[in-house]
Design a protein around this ligand. Structure first.
Ligand SMILES: NC(=O)c1ccc[n+]([C@@H]2O[C@H](COP(=O)([O-])OP(=O)(O)OC[C@H]3O[C@@H](n4cnc5c(N)ncnc54)[C@H](OP(=O)(O)O)[C@@H]3O)[C@@H](O)[C@H]2O)c1
Length: 299
């Protein structure tokens, strides 16, 4: 496997940190993020990069001359995307255009992270060839980003994923962390029974992306977890593995939550193509949770 120069964006986030872990060593990695410093104590080759700044994207790619750019940076707050549309578009679409144009200078491969929220959730899980129909602004912006990547004429991979979970340095709450912290504190929680997908551990996803890059795969790939389940079932699995009371978990429907952004209900992604093309093999949810417990990944 040839050693590549890989620039990763958004590395202060959950997936970004996992990507840094899984690509460093085998490749020469430059980690970038909006914040002035990489979080935690790990020694990482890091530079600040706001992907909404076209000049900065151009400069950093000229200097580092990457073979691959992995864009994990995004405006990921689904509800705020409804009320802060311009800010969402500047990062999720303009930022991607900036990276795609910068990648064109040395025909670097752009690996763009996308989402099952580009689908309407009428009949998931979805395959790579299914027709997108986003319900909310976040999904619209991520679909526009996919189209921007295709339009620029560079080698690319679009990696669609869903419900990334795990722990990291100073990461925002993800679904798993929220469940873990609430149940551990003995707090009652309402969890929806009608949102379905196949959640994936951030490191499993990063390993999948590394495999895809190492085996020189291009095009659209769906990378999700091994288990298709609803969020209530996810919460039950967390309670089971960590020994929390299931009585704290109360079923609710998405409708009753009245969230600002509409949610695709039967979402999720079929992962057969990634399995057969580059041996993608995510762990089961219970394997991942048991690993977190045994390794004291969360406490
Ligand atoms: N999380 C999910 O369940 C999920 C599901 C499907 C797809 N995805 C996609 O997967 C990717 C990674 O998600 P994640 O879970 O790792 O999200 P995350 O933890 O929210 O990380 C996103 C990172 O992007 C950074 N960022 C925001 N605006 C930026 C900018 N203008 N320039 C540079 N960095 C910027 C954020 O930094 P600040 O915190 O400093 O703003 C944050 O570090 C995203 O493309 C997301 O759309 C996520």
């Amino acid at each position: 496997m040839a050693r590549k120069r890989i620039l990763i964006t958004g590395t202060t986030g959950l997936l970004g940190q996992a990507l840094v872990k899984s690509l460093t060593g085998k490749h020469q990695v430059l980690a970038t993020g909006k914040q002035p410093q990489y979080p935690g104590n790990e020694v990482v080759d890091y530079q600040a990069l706001d992907i909404a700044n076209a000049e900065a994207c151009k400069r950093i790619t000229q200097e580092f001359a990457p073979d691959v750019i992995v864009n994990s940076a995004a405006f990921t707050h689904v509800d705020k995307c409804e009320s802060e549309r311009d800010a969402c578009w500047q990062v999720n679409v303009k930022g991607v255009e900036n990276l795609a144009r910068a990648a064109r200078r040395n025909m670097a491969q752009l690996v763009q992270l996308s989402t099952d929220y580009i689908f309407d959730g009428a009949n998931g899980p979805y395959g790579e060839e299914d027709s997108p129909r986003p319900l909310g602004y976040y999904g619209k912006s991520k679909l526009a980003a996919e189209n921007a990547v295709r339009a620029v004429g560079i080698p690319y991979a679009i990696v669609r994923t869903n419900v990334i979970f795990g722990a990291g340095e100073k990461v925002k709450n993800n679904f798993f962390l929220w469940l873990f912290k609430s149940l551990k504190a003995g707090q009652d929680i309402n969890v929806v029974t009608d949102q379905w997908n196949n959640p994936i551990d951030a490191l499993d996803l990063a390993m999948g992306i590394a495999g895809m890059i190492n085996q020189k795969r291009y095009g659209v790939y769906h990378l999700g977890g091994a288990d298709y389940l609803n969020r209530f079932q996810f919460a039950e699995a967390v309670a089971d593995v960590f020994g929390f009371s299931k009585e704290l978990i109360h079923p609710i429907t998405t409708d009753a939550l009245k969230q600002p952004a509409p949610r695709p209900l039967r979402g999720g992604l079929k992962i057969d193509k990634a399995k057969s093309d580059f041996g993608f093999n995510p762990r089961s949810l219970r394997e991942v949770l048991t690993f977190y417990k045994e390794m004291a990944i969360v406490e």
